[in-house]
Design a protein around this ligand. Structure first.
Ligand SMILES: [Mg+2]
Length: 326
């Protein structure tokens, strides 16, 4: 199991490197020099200076600043236009921006906040206040990113099968419901593959549960490799049963994928001396295809694929059976 917290910390370090980088964008070098002096003894802050507003966006993308100090009045491009550009950009859309203005004016302040700035300071700010605000915004930014990464990780884990890393049953149910609705709306066919490892109980009994788990992990990886399109989903349905949702796929298309899966599992060459279907681990696959309408439901598709799977088992395993007109 991966160390999730460590991974998030590593990702955070890439997003906001330490010491915190402060990007000052100001056309007047004298301001650059003054701010540099204020930050010189702060070991946790590292000043990067950008004189030309046209370079600011690219510099922000390159250095991953924790805070941007943004001058308002600049010759080529004005400060608030830049704030808008940060907000619209991929890399700086959430980066805290403190506007540095020569004016203490309520209207400009209001406009700055409305544009997306997080704070406003009048030049030249007091050193103690500047450092306090920079640190405050940097920490708040890190906390925001951390919460974001945690949420993403939780979402990923909650849809993932713990053993195989494939999508889990919950994710399967949600995806099928979603694709079902889409197919109903677009009047397109949707196909489902139900896949079962042949004689898996015998495999477990003879080779042990550790080998059984390894087998499931390899099968799952092969299934995951077998789905190509983003709208398709390979999932663990439960136990040694897997499933593949094929959106916008007709019967011939589903059969093609099923045959490919059959081949890829044989190609794993996992010995199974206790199978009646051969000397290696194999799977049986039932496929079903429907063009959903408002009278049908996903359970009917699952039922049809299940029935086809049952037939594949009856017919001798290591084969594909598809249901026609379920
Ligand atoms: Mg200026």
């Amino acid at each position: 199991m991966l160390d999730e917290t460590g991974q998030i910390d590593a990702e955070l370090d890439l997003l906001v490197p330490k010491p915190y980088r402060i990007l000052l964008v100001d056309d007047q070098m004298i301001i650059g020099e003054a701010v540099r002096r204020m930050l010189i003894e702060a070991d946790d802050l590292e000043l990067h200076y950008c004189k030309n507003g046209n370079d600011a966006l690219q510099m922000a993308a390159e250095i991953h600043p924790a805070v941007i100090l943004q001058d308002l009045v600049m010759p080529e491009v004005d400060g608030l236009t830049l704030v808008k550009q940060y907000r619209a950009s991929e890399h700086a859309k959430h980066t805290p921006v403190i506007v540095l203005s020569s004016k203490e004016e309520a209207k400009i302040k209001a406009e700055s906040f409305a544009t997306g700035a997080n704070d406003y300071l009048v030049k030249l700010p007091d050193k103690v206040e500047l450092l306090a605000r920079l640190r405050y915004h940097a920490e708040a930014y890190v906390k925001h990113l951390q919460a974001d990464l945690l949420l993403r990780e939780l979402r990923r884990l909650s849809s993932m099968d713990g053993l195989t890393g494939l999508a889990n049953r919950r994710c399967f149910d949600e995806t099928l419901a979603y694709e079902w609705k889409r197919s109903t709306r677009e009047k397109t066919p949707i196909s489902l593959l139900m896949i079962d490892v042949d004689h898996f109980k015998d495999f477990n009994d003879h080779y042990g549960h550790q080998a059984g788990d390894d087998c499931l992990i390899k099968v799952a990886a092969a299934l995951g490799d077998g789905v190509q399109r983003a709208s398709d989903l390979a999932a663990r349905y439960g136990g040694e049963e897997f499933t593949i949702i094929l959106a916008n796929t007709d019967e011939p298309g589903a059969l093609k994928v099923a045959q490919a899966v059959l081949g890829s599992i044989s190609d794993l060459n996992i010995e199974h001396a206790f199978s009646t279907a051969g000397s290696m681990v194999t799977v049986s696959i039932g496929t079903a295809t429907m063009v959903p309408d408002h009278l049908s439901n996903p359970e009917a598709l699952i039922g049809a694929a299940d029935q086809a799977l049952y037939q594949a088992k009856e017919n001798g395993r290591n084969r594909v059976v598809n249901t026609i007109n379920p």
